[in-house]
Design a protein around this ligand. Structure first.
Ligand code: CMP
Length: 147
């Protein structure tokens, strides 16, 4: 059964462009409950670990450089079928292919600098949330090791 929680991130391009408020408004208008939120600054090692699944891909170095280039906002979002709902709300990875009205269509610059991140499965969402939020906080959301 699909879970009700996804991990999401506002990436350094959108934070630098002062789009945090506009994107959070979009998140709430789309019906997501913001259950946890934190502004973060990733080190290179952390960015490599967060995106370890993409190690070896041609864009990996560029992705890591970008993700540790400035502050980002990490979030846990709740909505029925949250992973699919959030992916629909942000649109395709490449803003040129993203549907009208999606966050990436509205705010992303390019496939690399694409404003927001969304988990690709419930399992990934749990792992990604645990990367940024303490276990006891996730447990209070009814999620994580104790959830
Ligand atoms: P995200 O959903 O955060 O997960 C992996 C990221 O890799 C993706 O968003 C893109 O920002 C990035 N990415 C995927 N393909 C490319 C590409 N061809 N060039 C640069 N970055 C890419």
């Amino acid at each position: 059964m699909a879970g009700n929680i996804s991990f999401a991130m506002i990436k350094p391009d959108a934070v630098a462009a002062r789009r945090v408020g506009a994107i959070l408004a979009h998140v709430q208008q789309a019906g997501f409950e913001i259950r946890a939120l934190r502004m973060v600054r990733l080190s290179r090692v952390e960015a490599e670990a967060f995106y370890a699944v993409h190690q070896g891909r041609p864009f990996f170095k560029e992705l890591v450089e970008f993700m540790c280039s400035g502050r980002a906002v990490a979030m846990v979002l709740e909505k029925p079928d949250a992973v699919a709902a959030w992916r629909a709300t942000i649109g395709a990875t490449d803003p040129a292919e993203a549907a009208a009205g999606t966050i990436r269509k509205l705010f992303a610059e390019s496939k690399g600098r694409n404003a927001v991140h969304g988990s690709d499965s419930d399992e990934t969402a749990a792992r990604e949330a645990a990367f940024f939020f303490p276990e006891r906080e996730l447990a209070l959301l009814g999620w994580g090791a104790a959830g």
